[in-house]
Write a protein that binds this ligand. Structure first.
Ligand SMILES: *[C@@H]1O[C@H](CO)[C@@H](O)[C@H](O)[C@H]1NC(C)=O
Ligand SMILES: *[C@@H]1O[C@H](CO)[C@@H](O)[C@H](O)[C@H]1NC(C)=O
Ligand SMILES: *[C@@H]1O[C@H](CO)[C@@H](O)[C@H](O)[C@H]1NC(C)=O
Length: 216
């Protein structure tokens, strides 16, 4: 066990003792094991949380576990502090410190064949996905909401729905004659954002006079 005196700080306000800093928190399957190894009967609840000030994880024991409302998790920022789940994760239920260190669930990528993200969701709910009709994809099984689908609750698979010659697919996943396109649809239109991932170019810039490197 790490007992570097520099790490052994007692936080009086919440009454916990910092045991060690860790690179990562244990997997949830290891949580019980770690509780037995690290904590004792006087401080029986094992915690592992991200410490914002040191950018590392901190393990400690408390008398009781603490919880946060849905959509929030705890981090250490001086004291224990609640913050909203990051964009990539969500948590529909309470966050308990005795079993987790980050928001419980990872958002669905909506990156199956022909899938695109319909909505980013929020800190308590997953993304919704839809099929990219602009490339001829439609839902294999019509979702409850017609236009988009909840990946946690239903099958969001897409397939290339064949339209006959001279037909195009509408945002409602229907094949129509191009000349019948009236712009009135139930489902939102996908507006393509040009996704040219600009890789930042590493330029080796020589110091200029302005940068003050060269003084006359
Ligand atoms: C319980 O553990 C804490 C630190 O983890 C320690 O300071 C304390 O002395 C322990 N208590 C007992 C009864 O072993
Ligand atoms: C955490 O503590 C709460 C309240 O005591 C309990 O309901 C929950 O089952 C515990 N979770 C784990 C993973 O032990
Ligand atoms: C998150 O989204 C769900 C489902 O759309 C909604 O019911 C809930 O109110 C939203 N929560 C927040 C905090 O916006």
């Amino acid at each position: 066990m790490v007992t570097d005196s520099g790490l052994l700080k007692v936080l009086l306000v919440t009454g916990f003792i910092c045991l060690a800093t860790a690179v990562l928190c244990p997997d949830s399957s290891q949580w019980n094991l770690r509780t037995r190894a690290r904590c004792n009967s006087s401080l029986p609840s094992y915690n592992c949380l991200y410490d914002d000030s040191t950018s590392s994880f901190v393990e400690f024991c408390t008398r009781t576990p603490d919880f946060q409302r849905p959509g929030y998790k705890f981090i250490i920022r001086g004291n224990i502090d609640g913050i909203e789940c990051k964009k990539k994760r969500y948590q529909p239920i309470k966050f308990w410190t005795n079993g987790s260190y980050h928001c419980l669930l990872e958002k669905t990528a909506c990156n199956g064949q022909g899938q695109v993200i319909h909505d980013e969701g929020n800190s308590t709910s997953d993304r919704t996905c839809r099929c990219d009709y602009t490339r001829g994809f439609a839902f294999v099984i019509r979702p409850k909401q017609d236009c988009f689908c909840h990946p946690a609750h239903e099958d969001c698979s897409c397939f290339i729905k064949p339209c006959s010659k001279f037909q195009v697919m509408t945002p409602d996943y229907k094949c129509i004659k191009a000349s019948d396109w009236n712009g009135i649809f139930e489902c939102p239109v996908i507006t393509k954002t040009i996704t040219t991932t600009v890789t930042p170019q590493k330029t080796t810039r020589c110091p200029t006079e302005k940068s003050g490197m060269f003084k006359h």
